[in-house]
Design a protein around this ligand. Structure first.
Ligand SMILES: Nc1nc2c(ncn2[C@@H]2O[C@H](COP(=O)(O)OP(=O)(O)O)[C@@H](O)[C@H]2O)c(=O)[nH]1
Ligand SMILES: [Mg+2]
Length: 604
């Protein structure tokens, strides 16, 4: 197959991002209008066009006059959708157009643009994604250009190391085709497209062949309502197309399929088991995710209710017209968006509404004996945030990988095992996760084990869905946890390391007291370090150290298996084994592994 030569495809992806009602869908439509039709359209279109909110992501291939073929990704601006948006934010072969309304208050504009730029950054590590900032509603202001220029300068200086933001100021009436700024925007898109295509590797001819077959396969090889092929089915279709009995090189087909995903032709989803190929991206993005994640007031059938559990019947009602429900549920599980304990009731963490009630974490009956300690994972700087998929996926993994069913809230999770309870809580600003473990029985080894397990889940999920987020780890004040203070207090890594080299005591300036480093790191050290905790695992008795990339479009790219970061050089004490039921050659970490927690968490 490899010898079949390469072709270049004249197509890039344009992702339209920004808050709701900024004008994204209007701009997408206007850009596609040719100059002749535009003469009439610009005159005839009434000024007060009704706003029809976009469910999920509207994906489609189209032609923009003056720019050529593009694959357009029009993202819904409602924050509820961000959980699934992160699957499609891959920067390969892509230009992000971030839109904001110049008429809303300037602080909100800055906040919203900053949020979208952080989001783009959080989902990408490899390259500096191309971004164009565009202000809309330019027809309603005389002073907007000045404001647009201020925002551009601010964002360019903030994100200079992470994003390649165009230095041109755009202030548009998104409804009008024949205006100077609209022309300039098209010119810029054309120039950037040429630049992107220069770097685009030639795609295998095989891709071009597959592209031709996609519509037929969707009709003939898939279940009627689900344009989805599992890897084995897809492989078979390709072999049939080529008239061969066996694929010589499966990896080559995978790479080729990723190319197709970068062009927006298919979605190539890496899952722990085998890849899944979605033949019509818009089906998943709009028909499925549009409904799964829709905000409550959205004018379409949707799943969101005030309850935190969705029944199979409810899923059936919403999806029977657009999907084969059993396959749909399997997909949602493969994407780690959903979990079920009994096959009838489903928990979709991205839909949780309630925040944790304070009475769910109160003092134990035996405060004197209870051991407490914990860690904090914090976004490193102002350009960092956890991608919106991060916390819901952590929750899915806790449900899957812990022995007992955790309690979940929008901003937290409480987990239980033998003698341990743990609380995993997002800070109110969403920029830090605090993990606290405690044992009323003073069972420190089990606490350590639980903490380690949760940290591994957090690290893996960060790597999968938020690879561009830089984080810092801090150590929580054990005494403040024990006292159940409302605020979280913590120590930096440097403080801890310094104390370790000196008298093993750290002082907290705000709290006004000192603590023993051993209490902070291990809940105290009393000769039981080698003891094994009693924390259990799910039926599988193993948990995946690394899943395939959760990032749909670019499997492999983000699936960085950074063992060093996760176990911090402590490999000798970890047993790797590869015989779990899900084993696909990925290493798995055996349960109940003794290890040096201090090394595990704090050393470079
Ligand atoms: N006056 C004016 N109205 C606009 C402009 N862009 C969009 N609109 C209107 O704003 C509303 C929201 O636009 P829409 O494209 O649906 O926003 P989206 O949520 O970002 O996709 C619609 O009623 C549009 O007609 C603009 O530049 N000027
Ligand atoms: Mg829209």
């Amino acid at each position: 197959m490899e010898q079949s030569g390469g072709v270049k495809v004249d197509r890039i992806k344009l992702c339209f991002c920004g808050p709701q009602e900024a004008g994204k869908s209007t701009l997408v439509e206007t850009l596609q209008t040719g100059s002749f039709v535009a003469i009439f359209r610009d005159r005839m279109t009434p000024d007060d066009q009704p706003h029809e909110p976009t469910p999920g992501v509207n994906v489609g291939a189209t032609k923009i006059p003056g720019v050529g073929q593009v694959s357009v990704w029009d993202f819904a601006g409602q924050s509820e959708y961000a959980v699934t948006h992160s699957m499609f934010m891959d920067a390969e072969n892509t230009i992000f157009i971030v839109l904001y309304n110049i008429m809303v208050d300037p602080e909100t504009q800055k906040k919203e643009v900053h949020w979208w730029l952080c989001f783009i950054k959080s989902c990408n590590t490899k390259s500096k994604p191309y971004v164009i900032l565009v202000a809309s509603h330019g027809d309603q202001t005389d002073t907007g250009r000045q404001q647009a220029s201020v925002i551009l300068q601010l964002m360019t200086s903030t994100f200079k190391d992470h994003l390649d933001i165009s230095d041109e100021v755009f202030l548009l009436d998104c409804r009008k085709t024949r205006k100077t700024d609209m022309r300039r925007l098209k010119d810029l898109l054309a120039r950037l497209k040429t630049k992107l295509l220069e770097h685009q590797r030639a795609i295998p001819k095989l891709c071009a062949e597959i592209m031709k077959c996609l519509p037929t396969w969707a009709k003939e090889k898939c279940s009627p309502k689900c344009p989805v092929l599992r890897w084995a089915e897809y492989k078979e279709a390709v072999m049939e197309m080529m008239g061969i009995e066996q694929l010589v090189n499966e990896d080559f087909l995978k790479t080729s399929s990723q190319y197709l995903a970068h062009l927006g032709e298919i979605l190539f989803v890496s899952t722990p088991a085998e890849p899944i190929v979605i033949l019509k991206p818009n089906w998943l993005c709009t028909d499925v995710f549009g409904k799964v994640m829709a905000p409550e007031n959205f004018p379409i059938q949707h799943l969101r209710t005030s309850k935190d559990i969705v029944t199979k019947e409810e899923i059936q009602n919403v999806f029977q017209d657009v999907a084969d429900v059993d396959l749909l549920i399997t997909l949602l599980q493969e994407f780690q968006l959903c979990h079920t304990f009994d096959g009838q009731e489903f928990i979709i963490p991205g839909l949780l509404t309630q925040t944790m009630p304070p009475e769910k974490w109160v003092k134990t009956e035996n405060p004197a004996k209870t051991v407490y300690f914990g860690r904090q994972v914090q976004c490193a700087d102002t350009t960092d945030m956890f991608s919106s998929a991060f916390f819901p996926r952590v929750q899915t993994r806790l449900m899957r990988e812990l022995k007992n069913r955790p309690l979940l809230w929008r901003d937290g999770a409480k987990c239980f095992d033998s003698n341990v309870e743990s609380l995993i809580k997002l800070s109110p600003d969403g920029r830090a996760v605090n993990i606290c473990v405690r044992s009323e029985q003073g069972d420190k080894p089990s606490c350590r084990q639980m903490l380690r397990k949760i940290e591994i889940i957090l690290n893996n999920v960060l790597d999968e869905v938020s690879p561009g987020t830089a984080t810092k780890e801090r150590v929580l004040s054990a005494r403040a946890l024990r006292e159940h203070r409302e605020e979280i207090y913590s120590y930096s890594r440097d403080q801890i390391n310094k104390a370790k080299a000196e008298d093993r005591i750290v002082h907290h300036d705000i709290l006004g007291f000192s603590e023993d480093v051993d209490d902070l790191l291990y809940g105290g050290r009393d000769g039981d370090e080698e003891e094994q905790g009693a924390v259990g695992y799910t039926v599988q008795q193993t948990f995946n150290l690394v899943y395939g990339s959760g990032n749909v479009i670019s499997s492999g790219d983000h699936a960085r298996f950074d063992m060093a970061t996760i176990v911090q050089g402590d490999l000798g004490q970890l047993q790797l084994e590869g015989n779990g039921p899900r084993d696909q050659g990925q290493p798995q970490l055996e349960g109940n592994v003794p290890g040096d927690l201090e090394q595990l968490q704090l050393e470079e």
